[in-house]
Design a protein around this ligand. Structure first.
Ligand code: HEC
Ligand code: HEC
Length: 376
């Protein structure tokens, strides 16, 4: 006898409760799992918060994807623009000479600035580093702090809390990363460096400062022991420590200063993962996170006055390693993570501020709620 489908189901309906138990359990299990799974868009607030903190800071080496963004499409590569071949690519004539002079400073800063010091009326007092040591491939390499969107316009610097010129941004790097005195405004050296960077930016590279999102980093305190082991296995061969040898020193008096953006974990880690050792990077982002923490935990030149950086504290990136902070987390946590809790706290704080703002607004008689929120 053949049963029709409905009949079959009816018969099935005749099972006892015990027979149905496995099915019921399975359904329950599915429901429980579904309830426990995080709602799909709960965590993106993490990213948003970092975007708030960091993208406001134009000086940050990372560009975080906005909340809910699709996984990054491959960063735009300069398909139509060949890598720079210098100095052959420079234009001819007077303009080309100025650009070339800037490139020479960029390429070997101590030598060029010592030689040119008489023009600026100073002796070069910086460390052993050159601009090219960090801004790799002439300042035009994705993932290596590219300066491809450099311009001489005045731009708001959250770190300064002021609108500053391109020349001032160059001087900021000289002071913080090279521990040198700033070049005098109007000096030939400063003008030629600016002309060089402007020329690089004009070559039409499609990328700017691309970087990983915060959730690509482990949300834990960085592990110095792992970092140190990796350092001595992979890096020490070239970067022996304080001494300048084959590669620039990573700590000690000859290295970048405490106030350099390189001294921020979330800036250094992606740089290492993408670029070190040169030409054959080896570290995963997670390993780089630990190595960067180890490197940045070593002694380096301090600068005075860092506590007046980021006068609007809420715009201070979470990984700036020196106080004051707009939150109660320790300096150490700001240096070495975990950053997740800080980001979440700041996000909540931001929401709360908004709420306070709204209440004030409402009390003051303006009842248009929408306009209150749009004030943000
Ligand atoms: C120790 C590494 C290091 C060295 C050396 C270094 N920089 Fe930087 N520089 C950074 C970091 C990190 C940032 C911040 C990240 C960013 O915005 O790309 C930065 C930012 C900048 C910026 C701001 C970005 C912008 O678009 O305005 C300029 C300009 C700049 N550097 C120029 C220079 C010049 C010129 C030199 C040499 C005199 C130099 N840097 C040497 C690490 C370095
Ligand atoms: C094969 C040699 C070599 C190895 C191995 C190597 N580096 Fe480098 N590193 C260099 C050189 C050379 C530069 C300068 C690049 C330039 O000027 O083009 C550099 C630059 C750097 C810089 C930026 C300049 C500075 O001194 O602040 C950092 C930071 C850095 N390396 C860290 C590391 C770390 C961490 C490792 C291990 C994961 C590592 N490097 C492995 C050769 C090396």
């Amino acid at each position: 006898m053949r049963l029709s489908r409905t009949e079959g189901r009816k018969r099935g309906g005749g099972r006892t409760g015990w027979q149905r138990l496995p099915v019921t359990l399975l359904i329950c299990l599915c429901l429980i799992l579904a309830a426990c799974a995080p709602p799909p868009d709960r965590s993106p607030s993490l990213d948003t918060a970092l975007v708030e903190g960091l993208s406001a800071a134009e000086e940050v080496a990372m560009k975080i994807q906005p909340a809910g963004a699709k996984p990054a499409e491959a960063p735009a590569r300069p398909e139509t623009v060949a890598p720079l071949r210098l100095p052959d690519d420079f234009p001819h004539g007077r303009k080309g000479e100025v650009i070339r002079a800037g490139w020479e400073i960029f390429d070997d800063t101590p030598a060029a600035l010592s030689a040119g010091a008489e023009h600026a009326g100073t002796t070069y007092d910086g460390n052993a580093l050159s601009c090219r040591n960090c801004h790799l491939d002439h300042g035009a390499r994705p993932g290596a702090l590219p300066l491809t969107d450099f311009n001489t316009d005045r731009r708001y610097s959250p770190r300064k809390g002021l609108v500053i010129t391109g020349e001032e941004r160059i001087n900021a790097c000289l002071q913080r990363s090279l521990n040198a005195s700033p070049l005098p405004a109007g000096s030939a050296e400063l003008a030629s460096l600016a002309a060089y960077l402007k020329w690089v930016a004009d070559q039409g590279f499609a990328f700017t400062q691309e970087g990983p999102g915060v959730r690509d980093f482990p949300d834990r305190r960085a592990d110095f022991v792992t970092g140190e082991t990796l350092f001595y296995n992979i890096c020490a061969f070239c970067h022996g420590g304080e001494v300048t040898g084959e590669a620039p020193p990573l700590w000690g008096p000859g290295s970048y200063g405490f106030g350099s953006d390189m001294n921020r974990l979330l800036v250094l880690a992606p740089f290492l993962a993408a670029n070190m050792p040169p030409g054959e990077p080896e570290l995963s982002l997670e390993e780089a996170y630990d190595v960067a923490a180890f490197v940045n935990s070593r002694k380096r030149p301090h600068a005075r006055g860092l506590d007046s950086d980021y006068p609007a504290l809420t715009k201070k990136p979470v990984d700036v390693p020196y106080p004051p902070y707009p939150d109660f987390f320790t300096q150490e946590q700001h240096q070495f993570g975990p950053f997740g809790p800080i980001i979440e706290y700041r996000e909540r704080q931001r929401q709360a501020d908004r709420w306070v703002y709204w209440v004030d607004h409402y009390r003051s008689g303006e009842r248009d709620v929408r306009s209150a929120f749009e004030m943000e």
